[in-house]
Ligand binder design. Structure first.
Ligand code: CO
Length: 250
């Protein structure tokens, strides 16, 4: 069942989303060669809690951390670790869900650690373009399939892979609500979008094959071919005036 949110509820999701975005802005400034992903997790958790929020991932189905930090060939769900030290040229995806006053925001960035190579930069840029192409379709009267179609169409000319095992989702009082929002689809198909729905659009794009493996820790998902991946996500409200991105960073 897809929940239609009142303007008051959307305002609460927006406040949680702003704390999500502010935390990612802080992390963006903190990422540098030599820092561990566990240190990033500590900084995020402390910032979120000191602003009255709760890092929703911590404890979710046993997940042990506040952030997912996925480096290079890791696509999603990388568990922060003291042993994972960032190096110049890496790319890191930082995925974060924050709960504030019972409502949630969800966003992910992929950024280079210092400078990275042109191929990595293009992967990140195209993934962001795909996200925005998807967001553009998030208007009343369109269908979920319009979003996925736009995402996949954007990355296809580059020969990139689109993950099919993981998808975007509705959000509000739970981290994952209906509808599922795949990064592939057929125009005009899938649930109809209406004013008051709030969804997370999150392309997970691989430079090579979209085949993946799950690590023995039960969480980390890596590309089977070892090539890099990018993951960028926004929480978006569907309004009569068009898509409203709630996790935008200033
Ligand atoms: Co999400």
């Amino acid at each position: 069942m897809i929940t239609i949110r009142t303007p008051e509820e959307i305002e609460k999701i927006a406040l949680a989303s702003k704390l999500t975005a502010d935390t990612l802005s802080l992390l963006e400034k903190t990422v540098r060669p030599g820092i561990s992903t566990l240190e990033l997790d500590r900084i995020a958790e402390e910032y979120i809690r000191s602003n009255g929020g709760i890092p929703s991932c911590k404890g979710y189905e046993g997940y042990p951390a506040s952030l997912c930090t996925s480096v290079n060939d890791m696509v999603v769900h990388g568990i922060p670790s003291a042993k994972k030290i960032l190096r110049k040229g890496d790319i890191i995806s930082i995925d974060l869900v924050v709960e504030l006053n019972g409502y949630m925001g969800d966003s992910c960035i992929t950024i280079p650690v210092g400078h990275t190579n042109k191929k990595n930069l293009q992967l990140i840029e195209v993934t962001e373009q795909a996200l925005f192409a998807g967001i553009k379709q998030a208007v009343p009267g369109n269908h979920v399939g319009d979003i996925g179609y736009a995402v996949e169409k954007t990355v296809k000319p580059y020969g990139y892979g689109v993950l099919r095992e993981y998808v975007g989702h509705g959000i509000g009082t739970d981290m994952h609500e209906d509808p599922e929002v795949p990064n592939y689809g057929t125009p005009g198909h899938g649930p109809r979008l209406e004013e008051g729905m709030v969804i997370c659009i999150e392309p997970m794009i691989t430079m090579g094959s979209p085949d993946i493996l799950t690590l023995r820790d039960g969480w980390g998902v890596v590309t089977a071919d070892g090539k890099p991946a990018a993951h960028i996500e926004h929480t978006v409200a569907i309004t009569k005036d068009g898509p409203k991105i709630l996790t935008l960073r200033s």
